[in-house]
Design a binder for this molecule. Structure first.
Ligand SMILES: [Zn+2]
Length: 134
């Protein structure tokens, strides 16, 4: 008559590999044969909505430049973009991480398309010229 559990298991005390015994005790040292609990589940990655981008110094320079060309003060822009004035100040120093959602609102408040914010310099300068900002 076969026993139900024929899986090879390792003694938690002496590390000897063996089949599970009726008593769930090691044949050699009578240590515990119960397998250790499974490792905890890895944390789920955060949803893409909270994906953040780092404000680079280039981005910071462009954000400050466009804000000044639009003649917005930091408080005015903060109100338009629905963020804190502190946040604008930190972003313009390139010292922050921002969610894409917030960055989009920020750029929209400046009438600055996101793709232009990240565009190569010539394209960004053409945008400024078209907007009459240089
Ligand atoms: Zn053992």
């Amino acid at each position: 008559m076969e026993t139900s559990s024929r899986e090879i298991i390792r003694c938690t005390r002496c590390r000897m590999q063996q089949y599970m015994t009726q008593t769930q005790r090691c044949r050699r040292c009578s240590g515990d044969l119960l397998p250790p609990p499974p490792p905890p589940e890895p944390e789920q990655p955060q949803s893409s909505q909270s994906q953040t981008v780092a404000a680079s110094s280039l981005m910071a320079t462009r954000l400050r430049l466009v804000r000044r060309c639009r003649h917005f003060s930091q408080p005015e822009l903060a109100e338009r973009a629905q963020v804190s004035q502190q946040f604008i100040s930190v972003m313009e120093r390139g010292r922050s991480r921002v969610t894409l959602e917030t960055l989009e609102r920020y750029a929209r408040a400046l009438n600055l398309p996101l793709h232009v914010l990240f565009a190569p310099a010539p394209q960004f300068e053409r945008f400024l010229q078209k907007q009459g900002m240089v």
